[in-house]
Design a protein around this ligand. Structure first.
Ligand code: ASP
Length: 402
């Protein structure tokens, strides 16, 4: 079932809500009266469900800063520093789920609409708050993206604390559990050993459907697919068993805001895909993929399968759709349709041929209209909003319904 009750507005209408040109006389100067916009902060649920033991969530901290006159990007970064430093949020910053080697590698980028600043860090290790390093790249360098060791040494040179390891006992324990599931021959389960199980592999392999000469074995296409993404399935099993919250396996925070003057900024920060190949960079630090801001138009950012956003340059496309006059919800649905159309490989499809992954977008425009959309709608799929009516979760609109 598809949900396509799109809303249509025009960019002209959106802009009119921000500034109204008044001609003083036929020859007189044009006077622009700026109307105050109601500040608005949006993010995925990590922006409202984590407080790092404090009083405020990310969106509450950001909203407070913006209404107290703080620079919009600074307020957002102070906001996302909360889940970045929260050890219980296993998809972002400190305690984020590590890569396949057990190393936490973080990605982040930010954009400052009115100043036209942008900065990002990719695959940075040892710094709990990569969003702050991304901001430093934007503010202090001529560049937009630093990666790996260079990003870490840049942070060190600026006085950021660089730690040897950003794992928490919890993230390490989950990584060990994952290793045991994908490589049980090498990584033994102490509990199973105590029970006298799991020390030998199974003698018969249910995936083998025939055996040729030598070592060659024949496997069904389904079995080959199972083998190819065993690491991914092990992670999904851990989500299904409640060991990892779903929003942490693909955990990321994207947080975007519009301030009272219509200034628009955004930030995205993540530990990326759990158990990724070391060095894998997702969409989150890439301008136009995991985040894009145009101060004249709006902002879009994402969580979920980063490869889909890298391929489709989703956030930049959404902002272009906003520029053409689409409502944020329509713009989000349009990119979801494109991702869906570009998902042609069976390994990425479910049994109905639809994308077997989720990807979510958080979008606002210059008029303060906003939307949260997802490939898959469900009762649990929500995003976070904070405005003059307070912080709350609202349902994500799904292109496809489960
Ligand atoms: N988009 C991020 C990535 O692909 C992670 C996520 O949000 O799931 O690295």
């Amino acid at each position: 079932m598809k949900r396509r009750d799109f809303v249509r507005t025009t960019t002209a209408a959106a802009v009119a809500a921000v500034s109204t040109p008044i001609s003083a006389s036929a020859r007189g100067p044009e006077v622009v009266v700026r109307r105050t916009i109601t500040p608005l902060v949006i993010s995925d649920v990590s922006g409202i469900r984590y407080r790092n033991g404090g009083a405020e969530s990310a969106i509450e901290r950001a909203f407070r800063g913006i209404t107290e006159g703080e620079d919009v990007l600074d307020a957002l970064i102070h906001g996302v520093n909360i889940p970045e430093q929260d050890p219980t949020e296993t998809g972002i910053g400190y305690g984020g789920l590590p890569n396949a080697d057990g190393v936490v590698q973080l990605d982040s980028c930010c954009m400052h609409g009115p100043r036209r600043w942008a900065g990002g860090v990719a695959g940075i290790e040892g710094v709990r708050t990569p969003s702050r390093v991304a901001r430093a790249v934007a503010e202090l360098t001529d560049h937009h993206l630093l990666a790996g060791e260079g990003a870490r040494e840049f942070a060190r040179a600026l006085g950021f604390e660089v730690e040897a390891d950003l794992n928490t006992p919890r993230s390490r324990e989950l990584w060990l559990e994952w290793r045991r599931r994908v490589d049980p021959g090498h990584w033994l389960d102490p509990e199973a050993r105590k029970r006298g199980l799991g020390e030998r592999g199974e003698e018969t392999d249910p995936d083998v459907i025939g055996r040729g000469g030598g070592d060659a074995v024949a496997m069904s296409p389904q079995a080959l697919r199972r083998r190819a993404d065993a690491w991914y399935r092990a992670g999904l099993d851990m989500v299904a068993e409640g060991l990892i919250p779903a929003h942490s396996f693909w955990g990321t925070i994207n947080c975007d805001a519009i301030g009272p003057n219509g200034d628009i900024c955004g930030v995205t920060t993540t530990s990326g895909l759990a158990w990724k190949i070391p060095g894998r960079i997702g969409d989150s630090p890439i301008l136009g993929a995991g985040l894009y801001v145009d101060n004249d138009v709006g902002a879009a950012g994402s969580t979920g399968r980063g490869e889909a956003n890298l391929y489709n340059l989703s956030s930049a496309m959404i902002v272009e759709f906003l520029r053409q006059g689409m409502h944020p919800k329509d713009a989000g649905m349009a990119i979801l349709e494109r991702i869906r159309a570009n998902t042609v490989e069976p390994r990425l499809q479910n049994d109905d041929g639809e994308p077997a992954f989720d990807v979510r977008f958080f979008i606002l425009n210059k008029a303060g209209e906003y939307a949260g959309v997802a490939m898959w709608g469900s009762n649990e799929n929500a995003f976070a909003v904070c405005d003059e009516n307070g912080a709350r979760e609202e349902p994500l609109e799904g292109l496809l319904a489960r």
